[in-house]
Design a protein around this ligand. Structure first.
Ligand SMILES: Cc1cc2nc3c(=O)[nH]c(=O)nc-3n(C[C@H](O)[C@H](O)[C@H](O)COP(=O)(O)OP(=O)(O)OC[C@H]3O[C@@H](n4cnc5c(N)ncnc54)[C@H](O)[C@@H]3O)c2cc1C
Length: 328
């Protein structure tokens, strides 16, 4: 047993694994090993892991469902903490949820209890913690809208409870991205409706599920949207107007410009294959691992699309996926 693993066991009472492969823990199925790995099931265990990292000056990374990540082929030289806090408690119009639960399960439980507001999250593969971090959104709904409060663990090991406003939710953004705090538990505030009203909503939800299956390559090895949607700035609009007079009809959405549309229609890259990666035929902002793709393959495709977009439209695309580990 190596010294760090021994220290973790004797002083912090946590059992670290060494060289755990991360690819199976991501939806892209790409990436190398974590030097150290720990599945944390309680706030106390996460606290202990963070204290260990702080004391040993070792980097750590919080892993949720791995559905929006690209892990480098070399893996992560530190401790990957897979957050597995599971809890689901319905109290009147609230659901109190452990950050390791999936958003899909929260949506399902809300429907069973005639609580409305988060039905849109049915089928989102990520965890509640990941959704809070990136303010996950879909079909007009977003995570932040239903958050009432949450319990967070700071980098200093302090636990605190904060209200919704703390997160400064915005498109694909919550303050956790800056503070690097870890979400432990979230309270969703929902609207109590009648069984009949929920039955009506169910119809909408089935439509949502069908819509998802038509608009996203479900079943493929993907990591959700590769790039963020573009902001509707005057500059971006002008650049598209100059080249694609009718683009507004299909690409303007809730104050944003669809990146899938840009990759498909403006860059003509729908279905484009590079090494072992392909831009999805169903949704051009989803990039598929065709089999044994490496992180280098995925990064090469991402860089290629960014370069094409810059060269052809003078627009900079920004990744929605997060990089884990070192990339060239
Ligand atoms: C098929 C498919 C469809 C998708 N559809 C959508 C969609 O419709 N809308 C959408 O918004 N996204 C979508 N996604 C992307 C993805 O599911 C979301 O971004 C999700 O919220 C990521 O959660 P995760 O648990 O997988 O996070 P991970 O990918 O594991 O991590 C993402 C980031 O969150 C951080 N994080 C994770 N847990 C915590 C925590 N407890 N506290 C603090 N930080 C944390 C990580 O450190 C990392 O920086 C889709 C993905 C796939 C594969």
């Amino acid at each position: 047993m190596n010294d760090l693993v021994k220290l973790a066991k004797t002083k912090y009472n946590i059992v670290l694994e060494e060289n755990r492969q991360l690819a199976p823990l991501t939806t892209w199925k790409i990436g190398g090993p974590a030097r150290y790995f720990f599945s944390a099931k309680t706030p106390g265990e996460i606290g202990a892991a963070i204290r260990l990292c702080n004391q040993e000056k070792m980097p750590y990374y919080i892993l949720g469902g791995g559905s929006n990540l690209l892990v480098s082929d070399a893996g992560f030289e530190g401790l990957v903490i897979k957050l597995e806090i599971l809890k689901m408690e319905v109290q009147n119009d609230k659901i109190i949820v452990g950050a390791g639960e999936t958003m899909g399960k929260v949506a399902a439980i809300s429907m069973q209890n005639n609580l409305s507001g988060i039905e849109w999250a049915v089928g989102i593969p990520g965890t509640v913690g990941g959704a809070l971090f990136g303010n996950s959104n879909c079909f007009g709904g977003s995570t932040g809208e239903s958050v009432r409060k949450a319990t967070l663990l700071g980098r200093d090991g302090e636990i605190k409870t904060v209200e919704k406003d703390y997160f400064q939710f915005d498109y694909n953004y919550s303050k956790l991205q800056d503070t690097k705090e870890i979400a432990l538990e979230v309270v969703f505030g929902l609207k109590k409706i009648t069984k009949e009203e929920m039955n009506l909503n169910r119809g909408r939800i089935v439509e949502t599920a069908v819509e998802r299956s038509q608009k996203q390559p479900l079943g493929a090895k993907v990591a959700g949207s590769t790039f963020k949607a573009l902001k509707q700035t005057k500059d971006n609009i002008q650049k598209l107007d100059d080249k694609y007079p009718r683009w507004r009809e299909s690409a303007l959405r809730d104050g944003f410009i669809s990146t899938g549309f840009i990759i498909d229609k403006c860059l003509g890259l729908k279905g484009y294959k590079l090494d072992k990666m392909r831009i999805s035929e169903v949704h051009s902002n989803f990039f598929e691992n065709l089999g044994e793709a490496t992180a280098e393959n995925a990064k090469k495709l991402i860089d290629f699309v960014k370069k094409e977009c810059k060269n052809k439209l003078d627009i900079n695309l920004e990744e929605e996926i997060k990089y884990v580990g070192k990339f060239k």
